[in-house]
Design a protein around this ligand. Structure first.
Ligand code: SF4
Length: 328
């Protein structure tokens, strides 16, 4: 049985169930890299080009981890666009080439191109090309993809139920994940899924906020049409899919009277974050905190800032309850 390695980074958090079911249906064994650790980061930082953003560096670490797992292939998709008239950050476009150039003695890379910016014609060909690594039976490849799509929808439903993407993957794989109902605060948390839901990159921000007594609201918990409607209030359309989702989610959360404050987790070295974070910070009226993470971020600093933010929200609420302006 052929073994396909899937790095636990970048779009893993969005599409892992789809890929896993697709490859498994075609008779392959799917092997994922180990969860991100300090070692993953150190290796990734050494292998990647200096200009790469933090999540891309971490991705190098995950590909390197798969080299020890005796895999026949490593799946490194080339994402260009996942919807019409919108694009994914250009760093994804060159990812398979960067990986091949930066890491020696790789097994064969499966570098399926995902470009749905105009039509899905080319994408269908890419599915067949990817499936042909395992079978020449086109009907079986199409069947595998349709079956994978069904599972992907099931995963999407889990994400909308209040889990993070990481938790939804665990639930989808049969693990139990407990979500506490009790919460004193409601905090909106934004960020690229691959930084927010990677516990090492984000320093488990979502979990820490929950432990501090907050209910965390995520972009995945907002309806797509509401996000698009809010994002459309900007004079110019944001053509990065994930960036537009964050702008729309931030504006939606800003209008939602239940939400006490908003936190944006940005990655060091990210061009889109530097623009989107700034737009959100200028527009939202609710308490807002921008946290930038990179390989040097210390846990202590993050915890202190989260605690201070939560304390400020509680104090603010008490002040507004007693009808005294919180602005002094
Ligand atoms: S959007 Fe930012 S964090 Fe994501 S890959 Fe591009 S530069 Fe890196």
């Amino acid at each position: 049985m052929k073994r396909v390695g899937i790095p636990q980074g970048l779009f893993y958090y969005y599409y892992y169930p789809l890929w896993k079911v697709f490859f498994t249906f075609l008779g392959a064994e799917v092997v994922k890299s180990s969860p991100t650790s300090k070692k993953t980061v150190d290796i990734g930082v050494n292998l990647a080009v200096d200009e790469a953003c933090f999540p891309i560096k971490v991705y190098y670490g995950h590909v390197s981890d798969l080299l020890k797992k005796d895999v026949d292939y490593i799946f490194v998709p080339r994402f260009i666009s996942i919807e019409t008239r919108s694009y994914i950050c250009p760093k994804f476009m060159g990812l398979p080439d960067m990986i091949k150039a930066g890491i020696k003695e790789l097994p064969e890379i499966i570098d399926m191109t995902v470009d749905l910016s105009r039509t899905d014609k080319g994408f269908k060909q890419e599915i067949l090309k990817t499936g042909s690594f395992f079978t020449n039976n086109k009907k079986k490849i199409k069947e595998a993809y349709n079956y994978a799509l069904e599972e992907y929808k099931r995963f999407g439903e889990l994400v909308r139920q209040g889990y993070t993407r990481q938790e939804a993957i665990k639930v989808w794989e049969g693990e139990e994940v407990f979500l506490s109902e009790k919460a004193d605060l409601n905090i909106g948390v934004l960020g690229h899924g691959y930084s927010l839901y990677d516990d090492f990159i984000s320093m488990s921000i979502v979990k820490r906020l929950r432990d501090m007594g907050a209910k965390v609201h995520l972009p995945e918990h907002i309806k797509g049409e509401d996000i698009e409607k809010e994002a459309a209030s900007l004079p110019k359309r944001v053509f990065w899919t994930l960036g537009r989702k964050m702008v729309g989610s931030a504006f939606y959360m800003d209008k939602n009277s239940d939400i006490d404050g908003i936190i944006y987790v940005a990655c060091f070295g990210c061009g889109p974050d530097s623009l989107i974070g700034e737009v959100i910070e200028r527009k939202v009226k609710k308490p807002f905190m921008l946290l930038t993470v990179d390989e040097h971020t210390g846990e202590g600093g993050i915890v202190t800032r989260l605690e201070a933010f939560c304390d400020m929200l509680i104090r603010r609420r008490k002040l507004s309850e007693s009808n005294i302006s919180c602005y002094g």
